[in-house]
Design a protein around this ligand. Structure first.
Ligand code: HEM
Ligand code: SF4
Length: 553
């Protein structure tokens, strides 16, 4: 965990005081709606369907138990007893009262948290791999670099009023678990053949109205130049990004219109003015930030553990949970565990205050007091002793957090949709629930194998539907809710945008359509290892399309 220094703390404390005064003036009628809008958005406060919505940043998804307990306290005291973990490793509260938001921010500041830059046209929360620093396939630990970028981007004077919001993700593994390819800028921390740390830089990805997989604009950037290079990219975007048309304002449109090759060249030219300048990173700075990360002190353990092996032999349900929700760890005898927030009947990503408190207690017992948020809207205990997995599993079950569905169909990403979001064309949560009920049989889900199903309530794509193996998008047809289905999308280093299979469906037909797609897949797959998305890429969309529509219409 990163620990704030006095400067970090002063920044958030001062921000609370400023916002308290701004809110007071607004409530007293001394600031207009318009004047207040920019101020509240800079503190993560949206006006939504039912009430304001407050989005709190969880930098690169890391949470201490103290912070998680505070999130629970806020849910209980100021909201309706729950919070929603989002695809950007943030948490959202749907029911705060405007006059209480300054108090919420003050509570957050007391545990080194804030809602700064979680909305507005600025660099948003830096996201990363939930297994950062612990994944065995990791080339470089991205956490310190993520923190370097967080400090660089917070209140960066030049990038405070960008043409649109700007999202950066960083990953340091072979396997990309941070949707890096569909960010405005994606950074892969890598090593060159000489063993030096650097970055592969991707730009111009993004979902939303025009989904695009990002382009490699630099294969290897030595680490010293990370910030000056990012400055160059953002300067270009700030200067040439479209401010006249909201729909063409993201960097992906700029890169597309100029072509990636030309954009690359322009970045290099811009960078020439900045390279080796004052923004160049030095070892002392990396050491300073690195020293503020408290790392767990692992025990010297033997793996495999005999007792754990015995449990695996004796308990099939445990085997299933270990197979889906337990992941490899770099330290011998340790594992990472995903706590599924995808129990059927609960909106994906929601956790109650009581669950959050219980999770904090368990994290202290089992995970060095550390919890992480995944972009698939689940939580992770990053450092669990293998020999204690069985106990942890027993403790998670009554809390509804042990559903063994990670990577499976019911581990859906779903945005809040029409139930909460004023931009929605259609609801998402009830669709997710109807599908989850249809596929509630875990055996069947295990037979189907790995499948990402993602749902968004409108083309803004908060639910990442374009990169779901099956994507569901809510569309509006003459004031009615319809759903468009895409297949073949995927995240990861080989990210792809899904293809639409044809005209959209009525809400009640969606579970049937999903079931048909899956039946076709089960018939034509060549082995159990061939996933749904692999079949789509092998045989194309057409066979699915023909058979789904011949049965529906
Ligand atoms: C309820 C209030 C919300 C509002 C008003 C809102 C607003 C928007 C808008 C306008 C876009 C379009 C961006 C574009 O031009 O590409 C967008 C995209 C996005 N939002 Fe939200 N959103 C909300 C909730 C959420 C939630 C709950 C999540 C996560 C679960 C989320 C995460 C994202 C992500 C990941 C995108 C993808 C688009 C991209 O990065 O290119 N938002 N949101
Ligand atoms: S995808 Fe649309 S409906 Fe869903 S949260 Fe985003 S803006 Fe709202």
């Amino acid at each position: 965990m990163y620990q704030y220094d006095p400067i970090d703390q002063r920044i958030v404390d001062e921000r609370v005081a400023q916002f308290r005064d701004q809110t007071k003036r607004f409530l007293a009628g001394k600031l207009s709606e318009d004047e207040f809008k920019g101020l509240r958005l800079r503190n993560g406060l949206y006006i939504q369907r039912h009430a304001p919505m407050l989005r709190v940043a969880i930098p690169y998804g890391l949470l201490s138990t103290r912070q998680l307990r505070m999130l629970a306290h806020i849910a209980r005291k100021y909201d309706r007893g729950y919070g929603h973990f989002s695809t950007r490793q943030n948490i959202q509260y749907n029911w705060p009262k405007l006059e209480e938001v300054p108090d919420i921010l003050a509570d957050l500041a007391s545990v080194q948290m804030h809602a700064i830059q979680t909305s507005g046209n600025c660099v948003r929360n830096i996201t990363s791999d939930q297994f950062a620093g612990i994944a065995p396939d990791e080339l470089v630990d991205p956490l310190v670099w993520a923190e370097v970028m967080r400090q660089w981007s917070t209140f960066h004077p030049e990038f405070n009023f960008l043409p649109r919001k700007f999202k950066i993700a960083i990953s340091g593994s072979d396997e990309d678990r941070a949707a890096t390819m569909v960010h405005d800028v994606g950074v892969y921390a890598v090593r060159n053949p000489q063993g030096e740390t650097g970055f592969k830089v991707i730009a111009g990805g993004g979902l939303g109205r025009t989904p695009i997989v990002g382009h490699v604009i630099r294969e290897f950037l030595p680490w010293r130049h990370l910030l000056t290079y990012l400055d160059a990219i953002l300067r270009l975007y700030n200067r040439y990004g479209r401010r006249d048309n909201l729909y063409k304002a993201r960097i992906k449109i700029l890169v597309k219109e100029r072509t990636p090759a030309k954009f690359r060249e322009e970045v290099e030219q811009e960078w020439a003015h900045l390279k080796d300048g004052p923004g160049t990173l030095i070892q002392e700075e990396i050491d300073r930030i690195s020293a503020r990360f408290k790392r767990p002190e692992y025990l010297a353990l033997h793996s495999p553990d005999r007792e754990h092996e015995a449990h695996l032999r004796a308990d099939k349900a445990f085997v299933r949970w270990v197979g889906r929700n337990v992941h490899a760890h770099r330290a011998a005898g340790y594992r990472a565990v995903t706590l599924s927030l995808k129990k059927t009947g609960i909106p994906p990503g929601d956790a109650t205050a009581d669950q959050m408190d219980a999770i904090a207690d368990l994290a202290e017992r089992y995970s060095f007091g550390e919890v992480r948020v995944t972009h698939e809207q689940n939580l992770v205990f990053p450092h669990v002793e293998e020999r204690r997995l069985y106990d942890l599993w027993q403790a998670l079950k009554p809390l509804g957090l042990a559903t063994p569905n990670i990577g499976l169909l019911t581990n859906m990403i779903a945005c809040p949709g029409g139930d909460f979001c004023s931009l929605a064309n259609a609801v998402s949560i009830p669709v997710a629930e109807a599908i989850a009920r249809r596929f509630d049989d875990l055996d069947y889900q295990h037979d189907i194998g790995e499948l990402d199903l993602n749902i968004s309530g409108c083309m803004n794509s908060c639910g990442h539907h374009h990169v779901g193996h099956i994507g569901i998008l809510g569309v509006d047809k003459n004031g009615e809710e319809w759903y468009q289905i895409t297949i073949g999308g995927r995240q990861g280093t080989k990210a792809a945008i899904g293809k639409v299979i044809g005209p959209s469906f009525a809400r009640q037909d969606v579970p049937d359509v999903i079931e048909r797609l899956i039946r076709i897949y089960l018939e034509v797959r060549e082995s159990e290892e061939e996933r749904f998305v692999d079949v789509v890429h092998r045989i194309g969309v057409e066979p699915f399309k023909i058979r789904v529509y011949e049965q529906v219409h």
